[in-house]
Design a protein around this ligand. Structure first.
Ligand code: ADP
Ligand code: MG
Length: 244
């Protein structure tokens, strides 16, 4: 069985036009494996978000190929890409994007609603996802009653409730303090290790390094380290060894 959930080959991406044209990605090869948490690190403007959006089929590359669960997306139209996203991918962003008038459980349930799943079963699945992120006692709380870390955990529950093969997170700890950031990374690592999802975390926060199975560096739209699909950097201390 192919362990790669998302495979991207020779990705180029040009953004903007005229004098504002930027070559955001240059010849990127990157694959995400099931059960592995990959960190994508690099300075601001290096192309991290652009790459995450392309891996998540939210943005088409200018050239190159993306496959999700063995299926090439080259010929997919908008609707086809939306289906791939619904079937396989969960997203988490720096700002939590929760609906303020909905409870935590209702926010999570929205992800099932767009997949046509409603009713008691959907409610149960949402509560289970909230349990997975340690918020089973907050199912009826509204976002303003939750801390930033808790709101981000609701966003993670929403990302995983439909059981995606891959979870892509763009700077998920950027707005959080160290303790909340570590709790969040522990949750993302358990989604990789216990549920077997491929997890990609975009960050420039070195505090999250111990949670990585694999680290990939990007600079000026090129991968500069961890270019291949080599497994984790053996020298990186694991979170467990640091008492986290
Ligand atoms: P990062 O997430 O690493 O900060 P981005 O992927 O957001 O980087 O951006 C990569 C490069 O592309 C940057 O130089 C940025 O200014 C540029 N860029 C991003 N979005 C657009 C856009 N819509 N139009 C033009 N340039 C863009
Ligand atoms: Mg970014």
């Amino acid at each position: 069985m192919n362990d790669y959930i998302i495979e991207a080959k020779n990705i180029e991406k040009t953004l903007g036009s005229g004098a504002g044209k930027v070559q955001a990605l240059r010849g990127i090869d990157l694959s995400l494996r099931r059960g592995e948490l990959t960190l994508l690190m690099g300075p601001s403007g290096s192309g991290k978000t652009t790459l995450l959006l392309i891996l998540g089929c939210m943005l088409a590359p200018s050239s190159g190929q993306v496959s999700v669960c063995g299926v090439s997306t080259v010929d997919a139209d908008e609707e086809g890409l939306a289906k791939i996203r619904r079937d396989h991918i969960g997203f988490v962003f720096q700002s939590y994007h929760l609906f303020p008038t909905l409870t935590a459980a209702q926010n999570v349930q929205l992800a099932l609603d767009i997949r046509g799943e409603r009713g008691r079963k959907a409610r149960e699945r949402s509560c289970q996802a909230l349990k997975m992120v340690g918020l089973e006692h907050k199912t009826n709380a509204h976002p303003h009653e939750l801390s930033g870390g808790e709101q981000q955990r609701v966003a993670i529950a929403r990302a995983i409730v439909a059981n995606p093969s891959a979870v892509l997170a763009d700077e998920p700890t950027a707005a959080l303090d160290s303790t909340n950031g570590q709790t969040l990374m522990r949750i993302l690592a358990s989604i990789a290790h216990e549920r077997g999802s491929a997890v990609l975390v975009v960050t420039h926060d070195p505090r999250v390094l111990p949670f990585a199975d694999r680290i990939v560096q990007i600079e000026d739209g090129r991968l500069v380290e961890g270019r291949s699909d080599e497994p984790q950097l053996a020298r990186m201390p694991k979170a467990a060894n640091l008492g986290m």
